[in-house]
Ligand binder design. Structure first.
Ligand code: GLU
Length: 483
């Protein structure tokens, strides 16, 4: 059975890259009828934080990436937090040491740092070929007693070519001589990434390791550990880098990179799910809007591209708008209300607004809205008096007195009809009044008077929501501006 995993480190906000890796692991497992596990890589005690762990759980659940196994779900290979698995790592470290595949290195951090700098300056790869690799175990144990601590390193075989077939990128080879004696742990109970990940993937029977291509250089190291321990090698699939629209690696410079920022900005989880699934994968053809079920059905690693995946915010906005359009009004209202309350700093339940009005306002904006956070600004004229320059009232070359008369006509018409009024009824009344005249000469100044905006829904829709006295007051105010 296919078993995949995502192994995030809770050392920072949940990044788009982690989410994409999680999603592809989830999609691949689900498309194959397999299982997907979440494992928290929290061995970096100083940088790991429960706050970030929570962000991972919440981010995944919000997006709909559901782990079959994990710290919260439990599962057959629990525990799913590395700090709770220390005993397992010690066991395999002991094994590697006793086999002679690992050794204690007594170089100090300063020593190693100096060596690294010198190698870099000489334009040589910053690897550590350690002279302790041939020290007898007994001697090393004695030295360990006096020194108290030592790094455990892998005794990298020399002159070996390590080759693996990546499911995205094809065959990849590395020379072992360029890896150096890389570190496995800071001590028997302090495993480091390359080692711990191998042990966990083996113990959890992971069949496919799907992760960002920045991990390609780690793969030969992991393969050497796997071979030394006699483990089965999983299949690897390295996903293309995520790039900003200028084709450089996605970073803060391009806008938000943490998923929580996208949620707060009012992107919908199903839109992001769809968008992130297309970051390096495509179903073929020009299909873009797809449900979660369709994506799972179509997903395959063969269709993952090698070249960088562009994170195109304009496309995300478009896609989000499409998902907003698909929402039922009730659902969209529920999603928008917190944004309205936040924008105007009030609670709808304490205001005069009725939920029916809110729904009408949202229905008006639904065809144009790209993200939920725009709702306050787009619909602000329903909640407060518009502020605008009188030039905005100008229609073609109408004179001020003509504009003023146009507003008078609208005022009188509205004054004389009964509110609440339907869009159709008010539209009919206006068209009767305008007859064969220029519609814009009446409707432009009216719409601006009601909204204070260059672009907004039409005046009839607005009049079907705005109370009569508010509409009249605004038209009078517009006249005042012209005077
Ligand atoms: N903790 C690693 C990361 O977050 C996991 C990499 C892997 O999947 O092997 O990048």
């Amino acid at each position: 059975m296919v078993r995949t995993r995502i192994a995030p480190s809770p050392t920072g906000s949940l990044h788009v890259g982690t989410l994409r890796a999680a999603l592809f692991n989830y999609l691949f497992a689900k498309s194959q009828g397999g299982s997907f596990a979440l494992r928290i890589e929290d061995t970096d005690i100083e940088r790991s934080d429960k706050k970030f762990e929570k962000e991972i759980f919440q981010g995944f659940s919000w997006l709909g990436i559901i782990a079959d196994e994990g710290p919260l779900e439990g599962g057959p290979f629990a525990p799913y937090r590395q700090t709770e698995r220390i005993g397992t790592y010690s066991k395999y470290l002991e094994l590697l040491l006793s086999q002679g595949n690992a050794f204690y290195c007594f170089h100090s951090e300063e020593n190693l740092e100096r060596e690294r700098k010198e190698l870099m300056a000489a334009k040589r790869p910053p690897i550590h070929a350690c002279e302790y690799r041939s020290m007898e175990r007994a001697e090393a144990e004695m030295l360990l007693e006096t020194k108290g601590a030592a790094i455990i390193r892998f005794k990298t075989p020399l002159g070996k070519i390590i080759t693996f077939t990546d499911l995205v990128r094809g065959e990849i080879s590395f020379e072992s001589d360029l890896l150096g004696d890389f570190s496995l742990a800071k001590g028997l109970t302090a495993p480091l990434y390359n080692f711990a990940v191998v042990v966990d993937d083996y113990e959890m029977q992971i069949t496919h390791v799907i992760r960002g291509e920045d991990h390609i250089p780690n793969t030969p190291k992991q393969i050497l550990i796997i071979e030394a321990l006699g483990f089965l090698r999983p299949q690897y699939a390295h996903l293309p880098l995520i790039l900003g629209s200028d084709r450089s690696k996605l970073s803060k410079r391009h806008g938000a990179t943490s998923i929580d920022e996208y949620r707060k900005e009012g992107y919908l989880s199903d839109a992001l799910f769809n968008f992130i699934a297309l970051l390096g994968w495509s179903p073929g053809g020009d299909r873009e809007i797809m449900t979660k079920e369709e994506i799972i059905k179509e997903f395959s690693l063969e269709r993952v591209q090698k070249s960088g995946a562009i994170f195109d915010v304009a496309k995300l906005d478009w896609m989000n708008g499409e998902y907003i359009r698909k929402k039922s009004l009730v659902e969209l209202a529920r999603l928008c209300i917190p944004y309205i309350e936040d924008f105007f700093k009030f609670k709808i339940k304490n205001s005069k607004l009725k939920i029916g009005d809110i729904k009408k306002i949202i229905a008006l904006e639904q065809p144009r809205l790209k993200k939920l956070s725009e709702i306050g600004d787009r619909a602000d004229f329903f909640f407060r008096e518009p502020v605008y320059e009188k030039e905005l009232l100008q229609w073609k070359s109408m004179r001020t007195d003509e504009l003023s008369q146009s507003l008078d006509k609208s005022y009188d018409l509205i004054f004389n009809i009964e509110f609440p009024v339907s869009k159709e009824a008010v539209e009919k009344a206006f068209f009767e009044m305008i007859g064969t005249g220029d519609k814009g000469s009446i409707l432009w100044p009216l719409r601006v008077a009601l909204t204070g905006k260059k672009a907004s829904p039409g005046p009839f829709e607005i009049l079907s929501i705005l109370p009569k006295e508010v509409a009249l007051k605004r038209i009078a105010a517009a006249k005042g501006l012209l005077a």
